[in-house]
Design a protein around this ligand. Structure first.
Ligand code: MLT
Length: 322
């Protein structure tokens, strides 16, 4: 029986080293077969996943010897952390490792929307030279509304400030007196105020039952007709049909989605036919730099826990309790 099970395509130098040193079963497609996963997890001591493996209560209850579930990435929505904690299993993730990359993509998508970069590129390749069409607008002087003002929201805001944007933010869990709120000179506002005032709205909330489909027809209806909406958090926080209708009816100015309600998305998605939306395939965290840090961190923490030492990036507790 292998000690460590990897159920997604998680590669890099640190993983190569881990595979040389320890008994690792590398099964990058196993995430797609829960029955096989249930069988394979029975005797392993560590599980390394990204966001596709659904580590449910049922899977956890089958894992008799599991000591650590290491998530290569930030979001923990695919892991039943309560069931893991109840079973005494450490859950670790790598929120520090990829946040800069996500913030940079959010800014990249904002500029792409403001300057219509993808559309200008397609048009020019097709033989156009339409300098009067692709005029766009500046970020400077505009208001950025950050929904979810944690680490990634704050890093995005820091970069937006450099572009001369005014930052407002909404987050039920952030104290308006928090250091990053002051440093960024951000105003914490209600969600309704943010939707009414922001020229760009960037979403950085985790997926929970409270945030699922929070961006619905009602919220899109409260945005400015010129507003650009950017989502690099979790696709399930957006009702895509409502967004498509808001874009079709020019209720908002445009949107950019790196994450989708279903991944990969349906080829028949109504968003595919719209010109005022930019779509990317959940790549925000997938820079070379971020992925090196992510894989280094999960391999480090798995080895630490299996040697009886604490994980550094632990989510629940550092050492296994079982
Ligand atoms: C994350 O949660 O770290 C990113 O969305 C990338 C991923 O899911 O692996």
């Amino acid at each position: 029986m292998p000690e460590i099970l990897v159920t997604e395509n998680i590669t890099g130098d640190a993983m190569d080293q881990l595979r040389k040193k320890m008994d690792v079963s590398f099964e990058p497609e196993l995430w797609s077969d829960p029955d096989k996963l249930r069988e394979a997890i029975k005797k392993v001591k560590a599980l390394i996943v990204r966001n596709q493996t659904q580590v449910t209560d049922d899977i956890i209850s089958a894992a008799d010897e599991l000591q650590i579930i290491a998530r290569a990435g930030a979001g923990l929505d695919n892991i039943d952390t309560k069931a893991a904690s109840n079973a005494g299993i450490v859950v670790s993730s790598t929120p520090q490792a990829n946040s800069v990359s996500v913030a940079e993509l959010a800014i990249g998508l904002m500029i792409s929307l403001a300057r219509q970069i993808p559309a200008a590129d397609w048009d020019t390749r097709a033989g156009g030279w339409n300098r009067q069409v692709f005029t766009g607008g500046e970020l400077s002087g505009k208001t950025l509304g950050v929904v979810g003002f944690g680490r990634i929201g704050a890093l995005t805001a820091t970069r937006a400030k450099v572009f001369g944007m005014n930052v407002i933010a909404h987050d039920d869990y952030v104290d308006p007196a928090a250091a990053h709120v002051k440093e960024l000179d951000a105003s914490m506002v209600s969600l309704d105020e943010l939707l009414a005032e922001a020229d760009f709205i960037t979403c950085h909330v985790p997926l929970t039952e409270g945030t699922r489909e929070m961006f619905n027809a009602e919220l899109f209806g409260k945005m400015k007709a010129s507003a650009f909406f950017i989502n690099t958090s979790r696709g399930e926080v957006v009702d895509e049909n409502a967004l498509a209708r808001a874009l079709q009816n020019d209720q908002i100015g445009g949107a950019a989605l790196d994450v989708r309600q279903v991944e990969p998305p349906d080829a028949a998605s109504p968003l595919n036919g719209l010109t005022n939306v930019i779509l990317t395939p959940h790549i925000a965290a997938f820079t070379k730099e971020a992925q090196t840090r992510v894989v280094d961190a999960v391999c480090r923490d798995v080895q630490a826990v299996l040697k009886g030492n604490p994980a550094i990036d632990f989510f629940n507790f550092a050492e296994p309790q079982r």
